[in-house]
Every structure is written in C-alpha cells, then in structure tokens.
Design a protein around this ligand. Structure first.
Ligand SMILES: [Cu+2]
Length: 434
C-alpha cells in the first residue's frame, strides 16, 4: 500500500508519469489528472484503485488511447513465505488495470513474451467480432515474440475483465487476468468518493512447489484477492461517511459469496454497467459467480470491518484435505508413540483447529518450504485465524480525502468493545434445551 509520504510526494508532482512501473498505483491519480489537463477535459470520475495492483498508463495518439500489454512470466509473491513462477502481464499478476471512459477509442498492443501462443479476450466488452480475442475463432493466435493490436470504441461503461482465450485453462490458472474499468462519459448521478477493484482467483500451489498446477479442478490451496492472500491483501481504506464502491471480478473456478461486516451495502452494477437505482439491492453478502463482476457500494462506518469470501475454506491457506477427523479424539497415548519417531510432533485438533496458528508460530508443524500456514494474521486483540480471501475495511473520521495509507488498528470508543465479565463456566442462568 502507498505510504502517506509516497502519496504526498506523488500528489505534489505535476508531470505525466510515462514509465510503466508496477509501483505506480498512485501515479494514476496524476496520470489521469495530467491527461485531463492536456486534453482540457474535466475529470468526471475518480480513478479506480486496484488492491495490491496498479493502473496501466496510456498515451494519447491522435485522439486514441494507446495501451501496451506484455504477456510474460512473472515471479509473484502471494504473501511473505510463498513465491511462485506465474504468468501475467507487464510484470504482475493480475496484469495492470486498464481504465478508460465510455466513448473512448482505445488501441491495445499485446506483445507475447511467453513460449507458447496467447490472445486476449476483452471479457464483457461490446466490440466487433474480430476484436473479441478468441484464438482460432476470431483471430490467429499471437505466437511467441509477436505483437498484435486490438482497436475498438468503448460503447459502454462498467466493471470488466481481460484474460487469454488461448490455452485458457493453463494460462488463467497461472495468473493471466486483469480488470478493464470503463467510466460513464457523463459522470455518475450518485457520485463515488473511493472506487476500488480486485479479481478473485484460486491456485493450486502444492506444498513445497513453485509453480501453480493448472490441472486441478477443485482442490485449490490458495484463494486470492488480486493474487494476494491475507494478511498481504491491502485494506480498503475510507473516511467515515464517504461513499465507497468495490468492484469485484471472478476469474477463478469457484463462486465467491463476498461478505462485508458493519454495513448493508447496495449491489449497484456489474459488467452491465451501473444499474438503474430501481435495480439496486441491499445485501450483506453477494455471490460473485465465475466469470461475473459485481459492484457493491456502501457509506463508510467508522471501525475495522472484516471483508471476506464466506466459503470458510476460501479464508484458509494450504491445508491437507484428506486428513482423518481429530475432533473429539484423545491422542495422548498416540502422541507418545509418534514422538519416538518425530520428537517435535504435537497432537492437534481434539478441541478444534484454532490452536494451529499458535503451534505454527511456536515452530511446531513446520510445513514444507514455500508453503504458507493454513491460518494467519494478527489483529490488536490476537490471532485472526484467517488466510486467503480476507481483508479489512478501515474507516476513520480523520482521514484526508484521497489518502489511501493504512491508518493502523481502530481505536474503538470506550465501552464499545465486547469484554469478559466472568471466567466461571457456571456463570448466569442461561436457558438451554435439556
Ligand atoms: Cu470463495
């Protein structure tokens, strides 16, 4: 995440950021502002902010916005302790977010640095058939080292994605995907203060290995927002009372019921654009199906709020799925026998799995190399016992507009935190079924 200092430095710069750098997330603020200045167009939208990601700068060429994507292998870190050889675009997975405005003419060069052919499909975009990017059907494949060009006019607005339509199962499984955000030409009736986006994905990075396995159908072990797992996922940061939009895409192999604490959000859009207000729904969980995008909007409430997929296994990292059920099993005799062979062995799971995080931190249950613990993350009150598709929404009263830096943990008002009143198991007179 951009630090306060970085933000101020960037915000104080008025030159157009021309270089393509994965670190240039905040540059997009400058890029859009500077471009708007040169084109004498008022900004009608807030630039979108890609969690842990970045927006691809473009150049204007005779009224056409020119982008250049490079398909290539990238060294990617899911969280400290887990790196892999993935494929992506311009040095990252997901690739950079493309951002434009309804009515724009865009020209997108695609250079293939992979050792096999590829294409890019502009998922959800209305365009001429020959620009749809389906290898073999609408165009020849882009061979290694070749550059193809796509050019079309954006006839719509909304939250869209891009991905290969060539050897699709492999290329998507190893990280080739990105978002394509199109803002409405004439602004939005209900304005947005902060606009976030990310793509959900799943990976089979088997314990001890360094390349995601594309042939897995269901048994994935890393669940990511923008190719990161908690606690490496950026927080959604906002000031109290701001209207926040989070745009969520799904190019994984599972549906994800995305749940947010603390508010009822409105589901307001998709790759069909921002829906008419009459179609908005109030929810606290919204399923983002495979191949779908969903926009949710909420008014920020002060606090630290969990934001996560509600499939409980999707908020875990690597874990064995074929282990015997140890719940309720007394292992005290067994552990002495096992300890003769494995002195570090500690029985676990008799009363639940929560102790796992502590055991890992104490050095027990050391997993294979390059493998994250199943549950992780620390909050101000202890272990959060989550991994995968989990992050926090951090809302504060005193944030400066456009400040996206992490404000730390919430200082809850006195007497507004759940607290211990007794350690006696016989406390009170609860009504119970016999
Ligand atoms: Cu999920």
């Amino acid at each position: 995440m951009t630090t306060r200092r970085e933000f101020l430095t960037i915000a104080g710069t008025s030159t157009l950021a021309a270089s393509v750098s994965p670190k240039s997330t905040a540059d997009t603020l400058v890029t859009s502002a500077a471009l708007a200045k040169t084109n004498k167009q008022p900004i009608t939208h807030k630039p979108v902010r890609t969690l842990n990601g970045w927006t691809l700068p473009y150049t204007m060429n005779n009224g056409v916005k020119e982008f250049h994507l490079v398909a290539e292998e990238v060294e990617h870190e899911f969280a400290p302790g887990s790196v892999a050889k993935c494929w992506g675009y311009n040095g990252s997975t997901p690739g950079p977010t493309l951002e434009a405005v309804e009515g724009d003419r865009v020209r997108i060069y695609v250079t293939n640095h992979l050792k096999e052919h590829t294409t890019i499909h502009w998922h959800g975009l209305l365009l001429p058939s020959g620009m749809d990017g389906v290898g073999g059907l609408t165009q020849p494949q882009i061979a290694p080292d070749e550059t193809f060009v796509y050019e079309f006019t954006l006839k719509q607005h909304g939250t869209h994605m891009y991905h290969p339509h060539a050897d699709e199962m492999v290329q998507m499984a190893v990280g080739m995907m990105g978002m394509f955000i199109i803002h409405p030409r004439h602004g939005e009736k209900t304005p947005i203060d902060r606009d976030y986006c990310f793509i959900t994905h799943n990976w089979a990075l088997h314990p001890g290995t360094y390349r995601p396995d594309p042939s897995i159908l269901q048994d994935f072990d890393l669940w990511t927002f923008n190719s990161k797992v908690f606690p490496a996922i950026d927080s959604v940061v906002a000031r109290s009372g701001e209207r926040v939009r989070v745009r969520i895409g799904n190019l994984s192999m599972w549906n994800h019921p995305i749940h947010m604490h603390g508010v009822q959000f409105w589901v307001t859009g998709s790759d069909g654009g921002r829906w008419p207000k009459s179609a908005w729904r109030t929810e606290t969980t919204e399923i983002v199906g495979v191949g779908q995008t969903r926009d949710i909007e909420f008014i920020a409430e002060p606090g630290d709020w969990a934001f996560h997929c509600h499939m409980a296994h999707h908020t875990m990292n690597a874990m064995g799925h074929e282990i015997p059920n140890t719940l309720g099993v007394d292992q005290t005799l067994l552990d002495k026998e096992i300890q003769q062979v494995l002195p570090d062995f500690m029985p676990m799971g008799r009363y639940g799995m929560a102790e796992h995080q502590d055991h890992v931190e104490m050095g027990h249950h050391r997993g294979p190399e390059n493998t994250l613990a199943m549950m992780t993350g620390k909050g101000p009150y202890g272990n959060i016992e989550m991994g995968g598709m989990f992050t926090t929404v951090k809302v504060r009263d005193d944030l400066v507009q456009n400040d996206f830096s992490d404000p730390g943990w919430y200082a809850a008002p006195e007497d507004s935190v759940a607290k211990r009143v007794s350690s006696n198991p016989d406390f009170g007179t609860p009504v119970r079924l016999k």
